[in-house]
Write a protein that binds this ligand. Structure first.
Ligand SMILES: [Mg+2]
Length: 278
């Protein structure tokens, strides 16, 4: 991965525009049962329970997959993913959904190969054809130990992000995109050279706004696919220029003298070839 950039995407309401758990439950007509059980168990356990309930109602794994394939995915998010990959970024998913849901949707849109890793709750189809969903951290064996008090018992995304950083290399710059409360912990763990892209108006954005000084990373909000693509590619372009300037300081004067280079995002130059829009 030549760019030295790791882009970590949440999945629900970040890559797709809905929550895949709710999309499946609502799409297969089990909303009432879901809401009845919601106060009684953790979300991850509830989704496993709902998959068994749907199976008992005669819904097959193919019915689940059909509903997943109809989940809305903004074409600008697709083009952003492809452009980042083309620029040499290492793309990863960090999601509290589950592997079957995510892979079914990515496969449908031809996107799975763009991601080097999917970090999420494990799932499998059992001998009776039921989708079983397990927690990422086995909270029955013990708590994951994050002291923030916001992460769900089955997944602390902050701890997973630390592992991603360690595996990718500490010199990598991280761009993190998410919308939910679970995306706050990893946002707090990002460093000064990293970027967080919270979805404006969503829970992680509200948590960040309570005290922005708690974050070391630069904050760049986005509201929809168009703004996500523009913001993400601007940040990737900025990092690429910074990296190339560090590696080849003699390029500084050349970049500044190019007439096609426009000052963007607070003055750092961005070469024209990086402005990939579609
Ligand atoms: Mg989300």
């Amino acid at each position: 991965m030549a760019a030295g950039i790791v882009v970590v995407f949440d999945f629900d309401k970040t890559i797709i525009d809905v929550d895949s758990d709710n999309w499946v439950v609502d799409g297969l007509g089990a909303t009432e049962e879901f809401e009845r059980l919601l106060p009684t168990m953790p979300w991850n356990t509830l989704m496993d329970t709902m998959m068994c309930e749907l199976h008992a109602r005669g819904k097959t794994i193919h019915d689940v997959a059909d509903v997943l394939r109809s989940a809305p995915l903004d074409r600008r998010v697709v083009s952003a993913i492809k452009a980042c990959y083309g620029l040499g970024c290492d793309l990863r998913i960090l999601s509290d959904a589950n592997r079957f849901f995510i892979e079914t949707i990515l496969d449908h849109h031809g996107l799975r190969g763009y991601f080097s890793e999917i970090n999420t709750n494990p799932s499998h189809v059992d001998a009776d054809g039921r989708l079983r969903i397990a927690p990422y951290h086995d909270f029955h064996a013990g708590p994951h130990g994050c002291g923030l008090g916001i992460c769900p018992p089955n997944m602390c995304k902050g701890q997973v992000l630390d592992r991603i950083r360690a595996s990718a290399g500490v010199d990598k710059r991280v761009i993190y995109l998410g919308d939910g409360r679970g995306d706050y912990c990893p946002s707090l763990r990002l460093g000064r050279d990293d970027f967080v892209m919270p979805r404006r108006g969503f829970p992680v954005w509200e948590l960040i706004c309570e005290d922005p000084s708690l974050l070391k990373a630069e904050v760049h909000p986005w509201a929809d696919g168009e703004e996500m693509e523009e913001t993400l590619l601007r940040l990737v372009g900025r990092v690429l220029v910074e990296v190339s300037n560090k590696q080849m300081p003699q390029l500084d004067c050349k970049l500044e003298s190019l007439p096609a280079v426009a000052a963007q995002d607070g003055a750092l130059p961005m070469p024209m070839p990086l402005r990939i829009k579609n």
